[in-house]
Write a protein that binds this ligand. Structure first.
Ligand code: AMP
Ligand code: ZN
Length: 432
């Protein structure tokens, strides 16, 4: 079902005109109200009056994650603080988090784009949606919540975790739809099987999974184990949270809600826009957001776009599921992790060298992180008991810094391969 046929199926020429008008208005607004953007525009010698259509977007400056951190917490605000009704931040644990501040208008927009997302999988007012995305600062829980409420479906705001209760609720309340990360859906499937649940007998029929990368083979697995249709949904805190793009009933590529979030693909090295079909870095401009509008945000996610017509009748451009990242960010159990965080912990400890590798594996359905750390010659000659103590000590420190548990293994001095170029810090064995 198409939730907002007027906008989702708008003839492309009309859509481009609408985008052009909206871009013009947002460029004017950020120039007048956000000093950060005024100086960025000025540095490039571009003025709001230079923007007369959507193609002029290439004249505008990019915004990076570092820019956002530099102006923490309120530096991107384009309205009075009193008009902000809710604040969310990213899960990132490096430095300051990225802030998204929403006006009531932004919250209404969020409900709309999430209603579009859920409608793509056939959710209506008749459905009972078990929302197992985490509620709180993370955008997943409340973003999905607003969409479920907008459609008028019944929401079970169970949040993440507590697997036994999830399964009981699913059975007792007869949930027909599930929203959570793809890895958690598989965990639910396995835990349910152990409890003797036959998912083919439950009313559950559809799921909306995102917030981390997954693959076609994982989709097949989820669909077979839970006896549902599984849809990929995409979003990021910097833009609005979930509700930026989603798969339609064709389950092939994700329609971007481009009347609100305009996507571009650029060459990450040169910043030059790339044509449809070519892989590069995904960039978004928010065309209608009021609280914290963002111009040409570089997501560091890699994908490509296509404007080929889709059989569903929606005209919005589609993106391929995320193919990778331009940086070395890892997402483990929904938490963003950078190798540099591990380095910062190791540098402050004695007995170890800042030579390390992160080994990521999927054990069953959960991602496990093992950190190999080189010890100094001095520690190497110590007793085994002392080494074990050291491993526990590093594990505790890493847990504090990364917010996820990892297993630390001390390895002999000089055993981690050295590289002349970029060090290979990550060995990702997840087959996704
Ligand atoms: P956060 O703002 O903390 O929710 O993280 C946003 C990031 O999560 C995005 O930039 C992507 O790297 C990743 N992400 C979100 N949804 C998906 C998805 N469906 N597939 C792959 N990666 C995703
Ligand atoms: Zn479609």
């Amino acid at each position: 079902m198409i939730w907002d046929a007027k906008h989702e199926s708008m003839p492309r020429e009309e859509l481009r005109r609408l985008q052009g008008e909206r871009l013009k208005a947002i460029a004017r607004k950020v120039y007048d109200r956000v000093p950060f953007y005024k100086s960025k525009f000025n540095a490039l010698g571009v003025k709001p009056e230079d923007i007369n259509g959507i193609d002029d977007i290439a004249k505008l400056p990019f915004t990076s994650k570092d820019d956002m951190r530099d102006v923490f917490p309120y530096g991107l605000l384009a309205c009075d603080l009193k008009d902000i009704v809710e604040i969310h931040t990213s899960s990132g644990t490096t430095g300051k988090p990225v802030v998204d501040a929403y006006t009531q208008g932004d919250i209404d927009l969020w409900g709309e784009v999430m209603a579009r997302t859920l409608s793509m999988g056939g959710v209506t007012a008749e459905d009972i949606v078990q929302n197992a995305y985490g509620y709180g600062l993370f955008t997943g829980g409340l973003g999905a919540h607003y969409g479920i409420r907008r459609i008028g479906a019944t929401c079970i705001p169970i949040s993440g975790g507590n697997t036994k209760r999830q399964l009981d609720m699913m059975r007792d309340f007869g949930s027909t739809a599930l929203t959570c990360t793809p890895s958690y859906s598989l965990y639910l499937a396995e835990a349910g099987k152990e409890e003797g649940i036959d998912f083919s007998k439950l009313p559950l029929r559809v799921g909306f999974f995102g917030a981390e990368p997954w693959s076609e083979s994982m989709r097949a697995d989820i669909q077979a184990k839970l006896h549902i249709k599984a849809y990929d949904i995409f979003g990021l805190t910097e833009i609005i949270g979930p509700g930026v793009a989603a798969e339609c009933e064709c389950q092939d590529l994700l329609h971007v809600f481009e009347d609100h979030f305009y996507p571009e693909i650029i060459n990450p090295d040169t910043g030059k826009p790339l044509p449809d079909g070519e892989k590069g870095e995904l960039v978004f401009t928010t065309l209608t957001k009021e609280g914290t509008p963002v111009i040409r945000y570089r997501t560091r996610d890699i994908t490509y776009l296509t404007r080929e017509p889709c059989p569903c009748g929606r005209t919005a451009v589609r993106m391929h599921r995320i193919l990778g990242r331009t940086d070395d960010m890892l997402i483990i159990r929904g938490v963003n992790i950078f190798p540099s965080q591990v380095e910062q912990v190791l540098i402050k400890m004695d007995g170890v060298e800042p030579h390390y590798q992160l080994l990521v594996e999927r054990q069953g359905t959960l991602d496990c992180l093992e950190v190999l750390v080189e010890m100094t010659e001095g520690l190497f000659s110590d007793e085994l008991k002392r080494l074990e103590q050291k491993e526990r000590e590093i594990e505790d420190k890493l847990r504090e810094a990364l917010l996820v548990h990892s297993k630390v293994k001390l390895v002999e001095p000089k055993s981690i391969p050295r590289s002349e170029g970029k060090a290979k810090r990550i060995i990702d064995k997840r087959s996704i």
